[in-house]
Design a protein around this ligand. Structure first.
Ligand code: CA
Length: 362
């Protein structure tokens, strides 16, 4: 397909309809001469495998689709603002766009973390279905609007791993006293199980685990964990990643900047984000599989959590989430939408995806 045909196809897509501009033709004509340059701040080191490379890809898509009318300058964590100031920087207009993860912003709204996902929650496939066809994205935009932000789904790592442990987890009792790097609701769940969740930046995880100042860490999955050498820092590699079954990433755009963007460039940004979203899930599937094979060949001890451990962690997860919902009407609405969508999607997945997976004979 030639570029012109692709842009035409994009222009007729649901993404353009979602932009809601009444005078698209006028704006499109005007935008042919518009030059737009955005600064994009991120929570990852520059070019970080999978996450940082994805935002570089997005920048390339937007520049190519707009024939150079729109360009993005990507900044790694700390280059323009620190990793955890992405939300504020875009909200204030210090940067036009950010690439991050919504669960880091629970201090702004507890509802935010549902748009990354919650422990024992939806996988990548289900999250995308909720965003695009289940009302999830509308809710997300409602939650972020008071912060002058416009969120767009922008990647998903797929199911993560449970993490690296220096002690075996044979029972619920082994969680007591466990000092683990684990963020968000997962961390609170570990605390209620008797452990100690700690927050550490990426740069400190490896040393903390190797020196024994923490007993365990979760990070992402085989591809990224291997990239930072976690396979040589701890003995046991547990699955599944109950704490992050399908974490979605976000592009956030300053709402004033977004509102002023010509309609055709809005469509390009939305569709480029959808393309990047698909790219990332495909890349993680391919590279995780290769990295896991490599780890197994080098003797990494890959183990499942015992069933009773998962049952207890799930019980505690729902306890935490129900408390958050009881304390905030907005969380209650988001959780109701999330829970209802997951329930329906899961009953279909059990007789489709899971039923097929269970026929696997390697
Ligand atoms: Ca993680």
């Amino acid at each position: 397909m030639k570029r012109r045909e692709f842009i035409t196809a994009v222009g007729s897509s649901a993404a353009l309809a979602a932009c809601g501009a009444a005078d698209d033709t006028q704006r499109t004509a005007a935008s042919n001469t518009t030059r737009v340059h955005w600064r994009v701040v991120t929570t990852w080191p520059p070019n970080f495998p999978g996450l940082g490379t994805a935002i570089n890809t997005l920048a390339r898509y937007i520049e190519e689709l707009s024939a150079g009318r729109m360009t993005l300058q990507v900044y790694g964590a700390g280059e323009l603002v620190p990793a955890f100031e992405v939300f504020d920087a875009v909200s204030s207009g210090a940067a036009e766009m950010g690439h991050s993860v919504a669960y880091y912003w629970r201090g702004k709204s507890e509802a935010a973390q549902f748009f990354t996902g919650i422990p024992f929650g939806m996988n990548a496939h289900e999250m995308n279905a909720w965003f695009y066809y289940g009302g999830g994205l509308e809710l997300w935009r409602e939650v972020y609007a008071p912060f002058n932000l416009y969120p767009i789904p922008a990647g998903n790592t797929g199911v993560q791993m449970g993490g690296w442990f220096n002690k075996p987890i044979d029972s619920v009792a082994n969680l007591r006293g466990l000092k683990m790097r684990i963020p968000g609701i997962g961390g609170e769940v570990l605390r209620r199980a008797g452990g100690t969740p700690v927050s550490l930046p990426l740069s400190e995880i490896f040393t903390a685990l190797q020196t024994g100042s923490i007993d365990a860490t979760e990070w992402i999955g085989p591809y990224n964990d291997l990239a930072i050498g976690l396979d040589s820092s701890a003995q046991y590699y547990y699955y599944p990643g109950w704490q992050e079954p399908g974490p979605a990433l976000e592009c956030i755009v300053n709402l004033d900047t977004w509102s002023a963007l010509p309609a055709d460039l809005k469509a390009i940004v939305e569709v480029a984000c959808q393309a990047m979203n698909l790219d990332m899930t495909a890349e993680f599937m391919a590279r995780n599989a290769t990295a896991l094979e490599q780890m197994r060949a080098s003797g990494v001890d890959v183990r499942p959590f015992p069933d009773d451990v998962l049952v207890e962690l799930k019980r505690l997860t729902y306890e935490v989430v129900d408390e958050l919902a009881a304390a905030d009407p907005l969380v209650e609405r988001v959780w109701a939408s999330y829970r209802e969508f997951m329930r329906n999607a899961r009953s279909w997945q059990l007789i489709s995806e899971q039923a097929i997976l269970e026929t696997t004979d390697l």
